[in-house]
Design a protein around this ligand. Structure first.
Ligand SMILES: Cc1cc2nc3c(=O)[nH]c(=O)nc-3n(C[C@H](O)[C@H](O)[C@H](O)COP(=O)(O)OP(=O)(O)OC[C@H]3O[C@@H](n4cnc5c(N)ncnc54)[C@H](O)[C@@H]3O)c2cc1C
Ligand SMILES: *[C@@H]1O[C@H](CO)[C@@H](O)[C@H](O)[C@H]1NC(C)=O
Ligand SMILES: *[C@@H]1O[C@H](CO)[C@@H](O)[C@H](O)[C@H]1NC(C)=O
Ligand SMILES: *[C@@H]1O[C@H](CO)[C@@H](O)[C@H](O)[C@H]1NC(C)=O
Ligand SMILES: *[C@@H]1O[C@H](CO)[C@@H](O)[C@H](O)[C@H]1NC(C)=O
Ligand SMILES: *[C@@H]1O[C@H](CO)[C@@H](O)[C@H](O)[C@H]1NC(C)=O
Ligand SMILES: *[C@@H]1O[C@H](CO)[C@@H](O)[C@H](O)[C@H]1NC(C)=O
Ligand SMILES: *[C@@H]1O[C@H](CO)[C@@H](O)[C@H](O)[C@H]1NC(C)=O
Ligand SMILES: *[C@@H]1O[C@H](CO)[C@@H](O)[C@H](O)[C@H]1NC(C)=O
Ligand SMILES: *[C@@H]1O[C@H](CO)[C@@H](O)[C@H](O)[C@H]1NC(C)=O
Length: 532
């Protein structure tokens, strides 16, 4: 009995003493959250406490999932962030950067979450997500020349806001998907159907507000021209957090004309081989006001070619151009639909004209999420008819892959390759996007779709750019190289493909503004020599 009592006493003492002498060290999560709480300056009107989600928060998973746009990077075994900060004030961004840097936790910055390989919300190491969706204001100047756009704004909000305020007289050249975030999309170039007329989004950006690795708020004049250059096409996540962009609005006509002509087999006796060959002759040379995307994919044992176009003018003028430059397509008046530029945004999403109000582009959370893989290529010389037929055969053998051929030329060829960090300018006829989408979870379907994409990409190698085989940063593709140890050599592999000769200049900027390599991820710009 006596020994039992002693045993109990010892156990009691042991238990009581745990909190002091045997306590586990505080978790990374606790230390990070405490650092955020202690950070100065604060904004008393917007305490950071209300914008932190840890894995214990009831809404953690929902918050993480809200801006996941590729389900391949979100499942029950995916490594989850230590915390998510849904910044609603500049001080929240400063606190997140400063604390993550101090504690050596990797940072993932997310605006629209459309990164094709999920790099804005997943990481193999401990990380926090800085989620920008609360910072999404749009301030248009009364003269309708410029606007300040916060990073978390999505394209639909920007397009809608500009059209509404300008009574349909202004637009902005950027991507075709209204959900894209200004933060990631603009800093990767920003490509869309007005590119041949006005260039990329970055060609129409004149200032930016950022938080740098030291937690300072800077603008174009205080950050330096070299960093402002890098942010336009170099991918901002290697350098800083972008808070907002100042954009130049562009004029759009009261009515634009759109069309989508699907051809399976032939149209008016002209087959898809001939049509694709002819498209290659004109798509990058025709009037800058005209953009025609060619999409190719297997459909019912044949290759379907879709010619989807937008002309910044009326249908009479468009038909006059098409009859002169591309009569083989046989475009006629019934194929053409005149509509407001803002309505054309829905047309490019395959929403039939008039079937939905333009406010649908303000929706933030999609109805369904998908699994996907994307890759890119650049074509610099025409593909022969024999080549085209070989390509069609490969598409028939890999039915879950489609290709979109997006014409360059026009304004894109006038801007020097060194003007911004985006290097793919004159000399490119068109860019290819390879797409595979699927809806079924599990490894087997994923493996099938991924290997089909790889096979099509391999088969295309004779027809596309070489040494390096160029790639478009916004079409993130983790398979073209990734940095495990953040060395210069690793970075050069994907860096030369995305940035060509601009890569070295990006490394210099990176080494100046972030020598500790805090802003790093699988495909970030390396510093000249890194100890990480
Ligand atoms: C359905 C769909 C359609 C698309 N259509 C087009 C198109 O028409 N044209 C085109 O050019 N691209 C297109 N893309 C690609 C798209 O431009 C890129 O995925 C782009 O990076 C998305 O930006 P985001 O802010 O939505 O993505 P995020 O995933 O949030 O971010 C992408 C990258 O940018 C970084 N980043 C995000 N915000 C910031 C910030 N504030 N500061 C610093 N770094 C930041 C992220 O860390 C990540 O590295 C499309 C993608 C999808 C999924
Ligand atoms: C948080 O979760 C609650 C209950 O599940 C829900 O009502 C609320 O809308 C969620 N908030 C956010 C921001 O997701
Ligand atoms: C994760 O697991 C839960 C329950 O175990 C399940 O309900 C949910 O569907 C799973 N989610 C995913 C993305 O697999
Ligand atoms: C779960 O997600 C991870 C990436 O986070 C991926 O590697 C893995 O294949 C996914 N698992 C399944 C069953 O899809
Ligand atoms: C469109 O503009 C009008 C006034 O110009 C404004 O009252 C309205 O709120 C705007 N609509 C949206 C959705 O912003
Ligand atoms: C397409 O048409 C061209 C010219 O009429 C012809 O030479 C070619 O064989 C056709 N290709 C196919 C696959 O039918
Ligand atoms: C596929 O083609 C066959 C024969 O040409 C036709 O009967 C069938 O309706 C087509 N199916 C679809 C989905 O187009
Ligand atoms: C336009 O072309 C389509 C497809 O060839 C045809 O069906 C339609 O009748 C044509 N319309 C006119 C007005 O010529
Ligand atoms: C792949 O394509 C085939 C043929 O069109 C289709 O039957 C199948 O469902 C597709 N697979 C997926 C995962 O979508
Ligand atoms: C890179 O890191 C991996 C994993 O830590 C290690 O195994 C490998 O040797 C490193 N490679 C180089 C070149 O340092």
């Amino acid at each position: 009995m006596k020994s039992q009592t002693i045993q109990t006493l010892i156990t009691t003492i042991f238990l009581i003493s745990i909190p002091t002498s045997f306590a586990l060290p505080p978790s990374l999560e606790d230390v990070f959250v405490k650092c955020l709480y202690d950070f100065k300056p604060t904004n008393p009107k917007s305490p950071i406490q209300n914008f932190i989600y840890t894995q214990q928060s009831p809404n953690f998973t929902t918050t993480l999932n809200n801006y996941v746009r590729n389900l391949r990077y979100f499942n029950n075994t995916t490594h989850k962030p230590v915390a998510i900060v849904t910044a609603a004030d500049v001080t929240h961004v400063q606190a997140t950067v400063t604390c993550a840097k101090q504690l050596r936790i990797q940072l993932r910055i997310r605006s629209g979450g459309h990164d094709y390989d999920g790099l804005s919300y997943s990481s193999p190491v401990d990380f926090v997500v800085l989620d920008m969706f609360n910072l999404r204001s749009l301030e248009i100047d009364p003269k309708l020349d410029t606007a300040w756009v916060q990073s978390g704004a999505q394209l639909g909000e920007i397009y809608y806001g500009i059209a509404n305020k300008s009574k349909d007289l202004r637009g902005f050249p950027a991507g075709v998907c209204p959900g894209l975030g200004a933060g990631g999309h603009f800093s990767g170039g920003g490509y869309g159907n007005m590119m041949r007329k006005y260039g990329l989004s970055i060609d129409n950006i004149i200032d930016a507000k950022i938080v740098d690795a030291k937690g300072r708020v800077l603008d174009r004049s205080s950050m330096g021209e070299d960093l402002f250059w890098a942010l336009r096409g170099g991918g901002a996540a290697s350098f800083c957090v972008v808070l907002a962009w100042k954009i130049k609005l562009v004029p759009v006509p009261a009515k634009v004309t759109v069309f989508n002509v699907d051809v399976a087999g032939n149209r008016g006796g002209v087959n898809t081989t001939e049509l694709a060959a002819k498209w290659q002759e004109i798509a990058d040379k025709v009037d800058n006001d005209l953009f025609i995307r060619l999409t190719l994919g297997a459909s019912n044992k044949t290759v379907k070619a879709s010619f989807m176009g937008m002309y910044l003018g009326n249908s009479a003028k468009l038909l006059e151009i098409m009859n002169r430059k591309f009569p083989e397509l046989g475009l006629n008046k019934t194929d053409c639909i005149e509509m407001k530029w803002i309505e054309s945004v829905l047309f490019w999403l395959n929403i039939p004209h008039g079937s939905a109000p333009t406010t649908v582009m303000l929706n933030r959370i999609p109805q369904k999420q998908i699994y996907l893989k994307r890759k890119s290529d650049y074509v610099q010389k025409p593909i022969s008819r024999t080549g085209l037929e070989a390509i069609f055969k490969v598409l028939l053998e890999n039915q879950n892959v489609t290709m979109a051929w997006n014409p360059y030329g026009g304004r894109m060829s006038e801007i020097p390759a060194t003007e911004t960090a985006f290097p793919h300018r004159a000399g490119n006829m068109f860019k290819i996007q390879y797409s595979s989408n699927w809806f079924i979870p599990g490894e087997a379907v994923a493996k099938d779709c991924l290997s089909q994409t790889e096979r099509v990409f391999e088969a295309m190698s004779p027809y596309v750019s070489k040494n390096p085989r160029e790639a478009f940063l916004n079409y993130r593709d983790i398979d073209i190289g990734k940095s495990l140890n953040s060395t210069y050599e690793e970075g050069k592999v994907y860096g030369m493909k995305y940035f060509k000769n601009n890569f070295e200049r990006l490394v210099k900027v990176k080494s100046r503004v972030d020598p500790d390599n805090f802003f790093r991820y699988e495909q970030s710009i390396p510093v000249l020599s890194s100890s990480y």
